[in-house]
Design a protein around this ligand. Structure first.
Ligand code: NAI
Ligand code: MG
Length: 338
């Protein structure tokens, strides 16, 4: 039985890493039936709209998507398509695992999952400028909004995820000493939800700045981190750095209405079109997608093939000090799956 899923190749290196990922999914015999749709800059060029209605309709129908990175213009232009997709489908939990795949990095056994609240906080787009005298932008205001219900649902997701994936400790990361309302409400609500998991999952909390330092000094003390939108955005790149960089970091955006899987990294315009991007992050996102549709068996095989290729074959793209092209890497992974 084939599972309908939406495929968004994306911008910059997106089409290259998507082609590589499809190649290994094909070798694996993954059960997806793809509907390819445009979003981002590619969609602006083709349809004059960064999120065409047919792309949204496809995701609404399939409730499942694999997405390449989308370029977001800095400052003006259109609002982030990623942020809009998260809002449109209420993808309130962003799951970003970081696990050591390659020996010889700073740390050998990092294994952390970060769950980021994905729809609220400082990403609600509640922003404006304040004019003074003849300067129309003399000051700027960006407000964050958090709701008790929003905190509850992501907390419940994180605790259930911890139980399902055998995680023992959940660290709530906040700045409730300064952002008392916004992150105080988050801390308090997550603790309330956590009380129902007492005895099964250990709960602790950390202030974001101290947490950043501890992550760099001693990542082994963290298991699952749950945090607000902006802090999660930053810390997930930090933990990606602990395990060899953005080329290895996958992410899942999960909500009641849909789930969208992607790499944590962006469209990498500096290397786009050269065929040298690392497709591992998107391949690992595809493995998360397989787990989401209850094909843990295929997810395990795919991860194993990626790990063997990186570790034993030593086939690596340039960002990891290797010489393989995007497609050579994909071929090497596919070789272990046939
Ligand atoms: P970026 O993640 O695209 O690139 C940062 C650095 O990492 C660059 O030097 C790039 O070459 C390198 N890099 C990233 N992915 C790589 C890969 N797979 N293999 C090898 N090297 C890789 O971040 P940047 O430059 O800040 O953003 C570029 C665009 O991507 C922006 O328009 C941004 O808004 C967008 N973006 C989109 C995301 C998404 O769709 N989920 C996430 C983050 C950024
Ligand atoms: Mg980010």
């Amino acid at each position: 039985r084939l599972i309908p899923a939406t495929l968004i190749p994306g911008d910059g290196i997106g089409p290259e890493i998507t082609a590589a990922t499809l190649k290994v999914l094909d070798a694996l015999g993954a059960p997806f039936e793809w509907e390819t749709r445009a979003a981002g800059m590619a969609a602006v060029e083709k349809h004059g709209d960064p999120i065409p209605a047919e792309t949204l309709a496809s995701i609404r129908r399939t409730r499942l998507a694999l997405k390449g990175p989308l370029t977001t213009p800095v400052g003006g232009g259109y609002r982030s398509v990623n942020v809009q997709l998260r809002k449109e489908f209420q993808l309130y939990a962003n799951v970003r695992p970081a696990r050591t795949l390659l020996p010889g990095g700073r740390y050998d056994h990092v294994d952390i999952v970060l769950v980021r609240e994905n729809t609220e906080g400082f990403y609600v787009g509640f922003e404006h400028y304040i004019p003074m005298g003849d300067d129309p932008q003399a000051a700027a205001v960006s407000s964050g909004i958090i709701t008790r219900e929003g905190c509850r649902r992501v907390a419940k997701f994180a605790f259930d995820y911890a139980l399902k994936h055998g995680r023992r400790k959940l660290t709530i990361v906040h700045k409730a000493n300064i952002l008392k309302a916004l992150t105080g409400l988050f801390l308090e609500t997550v603790r309330e939800v956590g009380a129902k998991y007492e005895g099964r999952i250990q709960i602790e909390d950390r202030i974001i700045d101290a947490c950043a330092m501890q992550l760099v000094l001693d990542p082994g003390r963290f298991d699952l981190i749950l945090t607000t939108n902006l802090f999660g955005d930053i810390l997930s790149d930090l933990i990606a750095g602990l395990v060899g960089g953005l080329g290895l970091a996958p992410g899942a955006n999960i909500g009641r209405e849909a789930a969208i899987f992607e790499a944590v990294h962006g469209s990498a315009p500096d290397i786009a079109g050269q065929g040298i991007a690392n497709p591992t992050a998107l391949m690992l996102a595809a493995a998360m997608m397989l787990e989401h549709v209850q094909r843990d068996d295929l997810a395990r095989r795919l991860r194993q093939a990626i790990e063997t290729t990186l570790r034993e074959d030593g086939v690596r793209t340039r960002d990891l000090g290797g010489t393989a092209s995007t497609i050579e890497f994909a071929d090497a992974v596919a070789h272990h799956l046939r």
